[in-house]
Design a protein. Structure first.
Ligand code: SAM
Length: 341
């Protein structure tokens, strides 16, 4: 279907309201999948508008559920919509929607877990642009459960760092919802009380924008927290041009003692016997004051710290294997939220 054949806005045939869809298909929200449905059309449209102009774009929506956001996406006349939904109960209502717009928009419905789905496989090759070009006509949009969206963003940052998955098509933009506090952390500048590892990681690979809040009361059932909508656009060049895992390790350890002098956290990058000496060496190479606190360090200073760590482990390759958390690993993986904040 050519762009000219698509109207500038698609008018869907009359469909039952999302509230009625939920009632008709008996789509009781499942607590185990943290399902909270966004019921207010005004806020739904606002999320889609936050993604920018999506007309003629390929839009991948993660966790469409009963399809409220999906309807709003389709009305913007995208070229193709890719839906990834884990809960098969939503299939009939999503198929109904796909059928309602079948002459105007291609809709792929994938029943599966976004953490295991290769989205790139469903994106047409002809949208591919170079990494330094303006972003391609591809958008990732999602109102996912908080537990999934936080893990997903870390996975996606790693994929961005390697220009893999959807990012083989160029600097694909994302519009995602998070627990308000997490959204604030992702976008927190230095000195902000929310500045943490997630801020440094997100801002190292992306331009992060906190767009707006959605009160918990706008969802059914109402979650205990409010929601923040964030857009992320991959940067042409990351600030720290080093492998994801190395950056993650250095930044994690430095933030492991958030209120202390940052060198205290940096010491935990090294075995106990040489900890103080090596951390001091790292700060000397980086030319950074050891009494700086983690939330005062800019991403450019983190770059110097990561490069200094790289210099040290290149001289002593065994040091790179040192993992302060190794004996406590089981505990850490059990509490994934603490792990990535
Ligand atoms: N997009 C809908 C809305 O805004 O009303 C539903 C939002 S609800 C918070 C999250 C949706 O993500 C649910 O439909 C849930 O089944 C789905 N979901 C949960 N985990 C998922 C996963 N790992 N992969 C894909 N979808 C998932």
């Amino acid at each position: 279907m050519s762009a000219a054949q698509r109207a500038s806005r698609i008018r869907l045939p009359p469909l039952p309201s999302i509230k009625d869809v939920i009632r008709l298909y008996k789509l009781r929200a499942l607590r185990e999948l943290s399902q909270n449905f966004l019921m207010e059309p005004r806020l739904i449209d606002k999320i889609v508008r936050a993604a920018g102009n999506i007309q003629n774009n390929v839009v991948c929506e993660v966790g469409p559920g009963p399809g409220g956001i999906t309807r709003s996406i389709i009305q913007q006349a995208p070229r193709k919509v890719i839906l990834v939904e884990k809960d098969p109960r939503f299939l009939p209502t999503l198929e109904l929607l796909a059928d309602a717009c079948k002459d105007k928009v291609d809709v792929d419905i994938i029943t599966g877990d976004i953490l295991r789905t290769d989205i790139a496989h469903f994106i047409p090759q002809d949208v591919k642009v170079g990494w330094n070009d303006p972003p391609p006509p591809v958008n990732l949009i999602g109102n996912l459960p908080f537990s999934v969206s936080t893990i997903l963003i870390i996975r996606w940052l790693e994929a961005i760092s390697r220009q893999e998955g959807p990012w083989t098509f160029g600097r694909v933009r994302m519009t995602l919802t998070f627990q308000k506090e997490v959204a604030e952390r992702m976008s927190a500048p230095i000195l902000d009380k929310q500045r943490c590892r997630l801020s440094v990681m997100c801002q190292n690979w992306c331009n992060v924008k906190y767009k707006f809040d959605i009160p918990g009361a706008a969802f059914l059932p109402k979650p205990e927290v409010d929601v923040g909508v964030v857009t992320l656009t991959p940067l042409k060049q990351p600030i720290i041009k080093l492998p994801f895992k190395l950056v993650e390790k250095v930044v994690r350890q430095i933030f492991s003692m958030r209120q202390k002098y940052s060198i205290r956290g940096a010491q935990t990058l090294f075995p106990e016997e040489i900890r103080e000496e090596m951390a001091l060496k790292m700060y000397n190479i980086a030319d950074l004051d050891p009494v700086t606190r983690p939330f005062q360090i800019t991403n450019y200073e983190f770059r110097r710290l990561c490069e200094a760590y790289k210099t040290i482990v290149t001289e002593n390759p065994d040091l790179e294997k040192y993992d302060y958390r190794a004996p406590k690993k089981k505990l850490v993986t059990e509490n994934i939220d603490d792990e990535i904040m």
